[in-house]
Design a protein around this ligand. Structure first.
Ligand code: NHR
Ligand code: GAR
Length: 210
């Protein structure tokens, strides 16, 4: 059976959605760079092995990356899932897990890479926002896109309200993308993802409506 490792930094709601989805693979470990991440207790309570690799305990990003890679490789996972993981990973780390590491990013990439995406979307006045599952490559938030979900930005939205609307979709598309990967249905061809047996969506999300 295939296996996967989830990297978190905090709450871990995406991690919970992934584990609850009963993917066709075993969750070998949940690893956090923060010892106080709430998601660790949730995973441990469900019998999932947990580990902490505290970035503050290392003198350099390279030393942290090496320790994190070693902890992941103890489990020899087929897939590594960044789920609200908040440390930028260096090129050597990314190369070790090339083609088998996914991230969920809270915007419709390539719009709003980096941090504070919901504030940036509100500031830009976009009417449609969302989330993206992508392969992790050395350049931040730029890897091949697997799936995206779009939500409306509504009049009077706060950052928190918009984040919650996006988060609900993150939980859906991340579990879906992880399932596709574990089923062997994802191919990256010329830097673009192709999904075997995909149905094409029709219709449109238009915002606002009149
Ligand atoms: N690493 C690489 N090489 N490529 C990607 O695409 C990555 C990555 C590491 C994390 C997640 C990403 C996101 O979805 C991710 C994608 C953290 C930062 C950041 O600036 C930016 C993007 C993402 C995650 N982190 C600060 C840092 O100095 C720390 C911020 C904090 O601790 O709160 O590493 O948005
Ligand atoms: C999620 O919205 C995720 O997309 C985002 O942080 C939140 C984590 O929530 N990730 C990033 O911003 C990465 N820089 P969670 O811990 O409940 O999954």
């Amino acid at each position: 059976m295939k296996s996967y490792v989830i990297l978190i930094s905090g709450r871990g709601s995406n991690m919970q959605a992934l584990i609850a989805a009963q993917l066709p693979g075993r969750c070998a470990a949940v690893i956090s760079n923060r010892p106080d991440a709430a998601g660790l207790a949730w995973a441990a309570a469900r019998g999932v092995p947990t580990a902490v690799v505290d970035h503050k305990a290392f003198a350099s990003r390279a030393a942290f990356d090496a320790a994190l890679a070693a902890e992941i490789e103890r489990h020899a996972p087929d897939l590594v899932l960044l789920a609200g993981f908040m440390r930028v990973l260096g090129q050597d780390f990314v190369k070790r897990f090339d083609g088998r590491m996914l991230n969920i990013h809270p915007s419709l990439l390539p719009s709003f890479p980096g941090l504070h995406t919901h504030a940036a979307a509100l500031a830009a006045g976009v009417k449609i926002h969302g989330c993206t599952v992508h392969f992790v490559t050395p350049s931040l938030d730029c890897g091949p896109i697997v799936v995206q979900a779009a939500v409306p930005v509504l009049p009077g939205d706060s950052e928190a309200a918009l984040a919650a609307r996006v988060l609900a979709q993150e939980h859906v598309v991340y579990a879906q993308a992880a399932r596709w990967f574990l089923e062997g249905r994802i191919a990256v061809i010329d830097g673009h993802v192709q999904l075997a047996g995909a149905a094409n969506a029709d219709g449109a999300l238009r915002v606002p409506l009149d």
